[in-house]
Design a protein around this ligand. Structure first.
Ligand SMILES: Nc1ncnc2c1ncn2[C@@H]1O[C@H](COP(=O)(O)OP(=O)(O)OP(=O)(O)O)[C@@H](O)[C@H]1O
Ligand SMILES: [Mg+2]
Length: 846
């Protein structure tokens, strides 16, 4: 029986065959992995269920392999120059790699023998290979399930938590069979990372990039020199025929599609080329290739896919009907989630937000030591930072001003310039569309011989601590150990700005984003893995798949674009099973916006939906954060509380009866619709027509608050932020919904629902108990600026009509200013800011 626990060595998984999915079977919203699967009922399948006789399939390939290629590729004695390169040649060919090329190329000698021996005892063989190459005591249960499916020639979709060990599922088949495994991966950085690790464990691997003019690595790969070939989707599409020849001559044990959520248009990381991966099932099946007795299995893996995305993956990849789904819990009990309010867009918040981080690392060394480092990109980019610093500072509290200032910070100065430009995209955000956006190189990594240096025998353990099985209570009293930090930020500029700030404070920090020089990125990668860096400040380019055991802190500085992206990046932490901290610093008073990207209308809607889910996660004050996260991915969280997140630690805020506020809120909406459409009936209100035809008369949240303030002395000094929170709560209760076809993160134009109307009709006698959300709490802690203190003038600004008139006057007033002469400009420059503001205010008041 599956337990809702971390997929540690004792964790189990749930599997099912896709064939159990009826056409009309709809996934339930939540997946209870102990009993029910979104695609139907499931039981914990036994590995024996999948052990079908292998037949002759595993040996069959040898009959077909042409002598020259086979012996050359697999046996050192018979290898040609091309197939077994000398080290000098390799260094030259992989010239773009600065990382050390192994000094010895281990030809996959034993593979053929191992292949011949693969049989029903494959799991014992796999365990012994695991010990030999990786030093682990045994396969985790979900790894066994997955390999069982592969052994039975089944396609398989693996949904397992970040850091649970998915990579091993596709690496072991190469060792077991001596055939080649082809891995489709989205980022060169990820391929690079995995190849390096494999080389260390005595397994030869390479990655192929489409931008590399030197195709010798590719040629060797197509001759079967490497056990594992990593390719990006674009390259794979180009190599279909050579891969078919490879399958015939040497054998392909498996196609693995890593980070397979990239396939889905509904995922956070959609890559159009991933969409074409159905070519694998079409081109490598026994029906299309005579020499194949069975289809070459496809294994698709991800840690972040909602039910919707899973369905899309299965459909788009055209996996075979009996494809198996292996599920483990997404819960990571050692990750301690929390949320902090911060004006992250302003460098002035760095001091407060990073003081603890600076303390952590400054305890270890003196400032002088680290600031003496040389050759940093951070230093090279200091000049450009000055600009970004000066652009970033804002002191407005108003949401619109905030938005404007963030646009300015991004380099927009006029509304015209706000239009998305390619330069802008390239300058500011990491919108990685292909693997080669990141790097354009081919790399080859020959397995370092295990006999050289550390000989791994069955009893020798590698210095990799096995992740602890899940028991969240065990982490409650733990304190954080020392270890590196990754700070994720939305823009490239911020990576440099924050790294610069931290370096000035003596922290060994480096920025990381796709536009930085490749040599810098490789150095950061290397130093990060060698623990020579304390903090990497990165964009999404340093996200998926990065596997470093001892990352202790993940800081998200600014709203992530989706919970998928957030959980994926947070998953870089605590991969050794020890406690790790995941803190999201976000401006809780500001509604997050989508980062510019090329999106269709449909994708835009979906992107807003994902951003809204993320915003809701940030606003939540009463539900365990781990619960929100895993339930987002469709899993039932049996534990109810993780015990470590800020909500579990601090408890929810006091439950409040918001009856009076809810009443007046609904009354204002009802009054508006009465005025607009005579007698309102539910059908009229809900009908889409009303939304479009009356768009000009729409009741915005802002207007509702103005009216509430006007009509009730009690709420005169109330804060817009508080009502925003209430609107969400009322939306959750089903009393209001977004009007018309508005899409956004927060409800903008509330319309009453049937339930809301019933609430109104009932005389609104019901209590309205709710936990105040984060923005409501924030508004309570803000220094109250009573609405009345602005007197009539201030009140006027909140009234749209008066505001309109004043803005018109302001524009008229601005015109002559343009033609001001130098003298008056000088005069105005000599005034202090305070004087200028009061001068302007007195003019407006007139
Ligand atoms: N059977 C095992 N026993 C102990 N450790 C293991 C086992 N399998 C994998 N690991 C270790 O777990 C760590 C995480 O593995 P891996 O990178 O494959 O995770 P992942 O599931 O792909 O995560 P992500 O979704 O973040 O990419 C690695 O350091 C790996 O060596
Ligand atoms: Mg992975």
């Amino acid at each position: 029986m599956f337990t809702n626990s971390y997929a540690g060595s004792s964790g189990e998984s749930s599997c099912l065959n896709c064939s159990t999915m009826g056409k009309n079977a709809r996934p339930t919203r939540k997946r209870d992995i102990s009993s029910l699967h979104p695609f139907g009922h499931l039981r914990q399948s036994s590995i024996l269920d999948h052990l079908q006789p292998m037949g002759k399939s595993k040996k069959r390939q040898t009959d077909n392999i042409p002598e020259a290629t086979t012996s050359g590729a697999r046996h050192p004695e018979g290898q040609s120059e091309v197939q077994r390169p000398h080290i000098e040649e390799m260094s030259e060919k992989s010239h773009t790699l600065e990382l050390s090329v192994p000094s010895y190329c281990l030809p996959p000698v034993q593979k053929r023998e191992e292949e011949a021996e693969v049989g029903p005892d494959w799991d014992q063989k796999a365990n012994s290979l695991l010990r030999k190459h990786f030093g682990y005591s045994g396969l985790k249960s979900f790894q066994k399930e997955t390999l069982g499916a592969w052994f039975a020639h089944q396609d398989c979709l693996v949904l397992a938590a970040t850091g649970s060990g998915k990579s091993l599922c596709f690496q072991i088949p190469a060792l077991l069979t001596g055939k080649v495994v082809v891995v489709i991966s989205p980022l060169i950085s990820l391929m690079h990372d995995q190849c390096l690790k494999l080389a260390k464990h005595g397994i030869s691997a390479c990655f192929l990039g489409s931008g590399q003019p030197d195709n010798s690595v590719e040629k060797k790969a197509m001759n079967g020199i490497y056990s594992i070939i990593y390719v990006c989707p674009e390259t794979l599409l180009r190599l279909i025929s050579p891969l078919q020849r490879l399958a015939e001559n040497v054998g392909i044990a498996l196609f693995a599609i890593d980070e397979v959520h990239c396939v889905s248009k509904w995922g956070h990381d959609f890559r159009p080329d991933y969409r074409r991966m159905s070519v694998l099932r079409e081109s490598f099946s026994s029906s299309s290739l005579d020499f194949l007795k069975f289809d070459i299995p496809i294994m698709a893996l991800t840690a972040t896919a909602t039910d919707h995305v899973r369905e899309d993956i299965l459909k788009s990849l055209k996996l075979s009907k009996d494809a198996k789904i292996v599920l483990t819990t997404f819960f990571r009990p050692n990750l301690k989630f929390s949320i902090m309010h911060s004006r992250t867009s302003s460098p002035s918040s760095y001091v407060k937000d990073f003081q603890d981080l600076v303390k952590v690392y400054s305890n270890k060394k003196t400032t002088k030591e680290s600031s003496g480092r040389t050759g940093s990109v951070t230093e090279d980019l200091e000049d450009s930072l000055e600009d970004s610093d000066s652009m970033s500072d804002t002191s407005n509290v108003d949401e619109q001003d905030d938005e404007l200032s963030s646009h300015r910070k991004m380099g927009f100065s006029t509304s015209k310039e706000r239009q998305l430009s390619v330069e802008f995209l390239e300058d500011d955000f990491d919108d990685i569309q292909t693997a080669d956006d990141f790097d354009v190189s081919c790399g080859e990594f020959c397995g370092t011989p295990l006999v050289d240096g550390v000989q791994l025998s069955e009893s020798t353990e590698l210095p990799h601590p096995t992740p602890q099985p899940a028991e969240s209570s065990q982490y409650v009293s733990c304190s954080l150990e020392q270890g590196p930090t990754i700070i994720y930020v939305p823009t490239r500029k911020q990576t440099v700005a924050i790294a610069k700030y931290l370096r000035a404070k003596g922290v060994k920090a480096e920025p990381y984003h796709a536009a930085l020089p490749k040599s810098h990125l490789r150095r950061v990668h290397k130093e990060f893995h060698e623990d020579a860096l304390e903090v990497v400040v990165a964009t999404i380019a340093f996200g998926m798949g990065i596997d470093k055991l001892n990352v202790r802190r993940i800081i998200h500085y600014g709203w992530p674009q989706s919970l998928e992206a957030y959980y994926q990046e947070a998953g870089r932490a605590g991969r050794d099973g020890k406690l790790a901290d995941c803190t999201l610093y976000a401006n809780l008073s500001k509604i997050p916006t989508l980062l510019p990207n090329k999106r269709s209308e449909e994708q835009k809607k979906n992107a807003y939906k994902m951003l809204a889910d993320c915003y809701r996660y940030g606003m939540n004050t009463s539900i365990c954060r781990a619960k929100v996260l895993v339930e987002y991915f469709g899993e039932v969280f049996h534990q109810e509380r993780c015990m470590t997140c800020d909500v579990c630690r601090n408890g929810p805020p006091e439950l409040q009866n918001m009856k009076a506020e809810a009443n007046i809120f609904m009354q204002v909406i009802a009054a508006h619709y009465k005025q607009q459409g005579a007698e309102y009936s539910y059908d009229d209100l809900i009908g889409g027509d009303m939304g479009t035809s009356r768009s000009s008369e729409r009741l915005t949240l802002r207007l509702i608050v103005t009216k509430i303030r006007e009509h009730s002395q009690q709420f005169l000094a109330s804060d817009q932020l508080w009502w925003r929170g209430l609107a969400r709560l009322m939306q959750d209760k089903g009393f209001i919904r977004e009007g018309g076809n508005m899409i956004g993160v927060q409800i903008k134009c509330p319309e009453p629902t049937n339930q809301g109307l019933k609430y109104l009709e009932s005389g609104m006698e019901q209590d309205f108990y709710a936990y105040p959300e984060a923005d409501m709490l924030l508004s309570a802690t803000r220094e109250q600026q009573p609405f009345s203190s602005f007197s009539e003038w201030g009140k006027g600004w909140a009234d749209p009509e008066i505001r309109k008139q004043r803005l018109a006057r302001r524009r008229a007033f601005k015109k002559p200013r343009k033609s001001r002469n130098r003298k008056s400009r000088k005069q105005s420059n000599s005034m202090t800011v305070k004087e200028r503001i009061s001068a302007r205010l007195s003019k407006w008041k007139r």
